[in-house]
Design a protein around this ligand. Structure first.
Ligand code: ATP
Ligand code: MG
Length: 313
């Protein structure tokens, strides 16, 4: 495999006493869509801000296209298009003027600037709204313009920080299709999200982040494979737990059983069959079932499996 275009090792960032990024390492190959998946506060934006040279890390090393971030930030900047989580647009200016502003920051002038503006407006389907003030745009249109601003200087790497938040399903699909087209054109994309469906659909590989750390990193398929046949969370009154554990463990479709804060976590070879066996068992032993949750294999349930919490709390 060729050498990675992004190499991050042991990255650390503190805000006061709070460790926002706590020893994060990963590599991204050129042409890949790499996802950072994690809940609020996981450290996704902080990581992206460091990689886009907006924020200094406290420790660790970042190399982008072979340049060291600590020494060569000026060479790295033009390679990166950042589409920030918070919209960075001037509401009273037109779409065209907003893009002209961002283009000039990257040194575009004259005819080249105009061509790039037309190109990205076409790309995000906003050409007919070029002259309208951004404050008259819908949320989804603003998101699309935000994306266009990140692409104005034709970067090799695109950093997308939760680009679909607050976007209607149609604009969301539109943004997905764009991302897929950009990938097909060879762009490398770093994508943060707390929607696992997005990570599953778009990303070649995904790092699952929580509390400043990467808990797992692989292709969506392999991450989902961590769950095997699926996991069941069963809650029964606490005085029944120790009595029932050996019987659960002996069920044909059960692989492993462990207590999990008041519930029982049951790893299965096949969740649906194990579920029927469990219900039967509780019924014959007269044990009331307080709650039952099946985690079908998906990135969401992998996250729950790894952290014990839901992605979208
Ligand atoms: N400017 C700041 N000052 C102090 N603490 C901060 C600052 N920015 C982020 N943090 C803290 O750092 C941690 C990581 O935040 P970050 O914004 O990187 O998370 P995130 O994964 O992007 O979350 P979200 O999904 O909500 O965007 C959080 O605990 C947050 O409160
Ligand atoms: Mg964020």
């Amino acid at each position: 495999m060729s050498s990675p275009i992004i190499e991050v090792s042991e990255l650390v960032k503190k805000y006061g006493d709070r460790l926002a990024v706590n020893g994060v390492s990963f590599q991204v190959q050129e042409g890949e869509i790499f996802g950072l998946l994690g809940p609020n506060g996981a450290g996704k934006t902080t990581t992206l801000s460091i990689l886009s040279t907006l924020l200094q890390p406290d420790a660790g090393k970042v190399q982008i296209n072979g340049y060291d971030l600590a020494q060569d930030a000026e060479r790295i900047k033009p390679l990166i298009g950042l589409v920030p989580q918070e919209l960075a647009l001037y509401p009273t200016l037109s779409a065209w003027d907003n893009l002209a502003f961002f283009g000039r920051i990257y040194g575009l002038r004259g005819r080249r600037l105009r061509e790039q503006i037309d190109f990205v407006l076409e790309l995000v389907g906003l050409r007919d709204r070029a002259g309208d003030a951004v404050e008259t745009f819908s949320g989804g249109m603003k998101r699309r313009l935000n994306l266009a601003a990140g692409l104005i200087h034709q970067p090799r790497l695109l950093f997308l920080d939760e680009p679909t938040v607050g976007v209607d399903p149609q604009s969301r699909n539109f943004i997905f299709e764009h991302i897929e087209r950009l990938k097909a054109a060879g762009m490398t994309i770093l994508y943060t999200t707390h929607y696992m469906e997005e990570a599953e659909r778009l990303c070649d590989r995904v790092a699952i982040m929580d509390e400043g750390r990467i808990l797992a990193l692989d292709t969506p398929q392999k991450l989902i494979g961590l769950l095997g046949g699926g996991v069941i969370h069963l809650a029964i009154p606490s005085d029944f737990i120790s009595m029932l554990l050996p019987a659960i463990r002996a069920l044909p479709h059960v692989q492993a059983v462990s207590p999990l804060d008041g519930r029982i976590k049951i790893e299965t070879t096949e969740a649906r069959s194990a579920l029927l066996e469990l219900i039967q068992l509780c019924h014959t032993r007269d044990v009331p079932i307080l709650s039952l949750e099946i985690l079908e294999p998906s990135l969401e349930s992998v996250f729950l499996h790894l952290t014990g919490k839901h992605l979208r709390d």
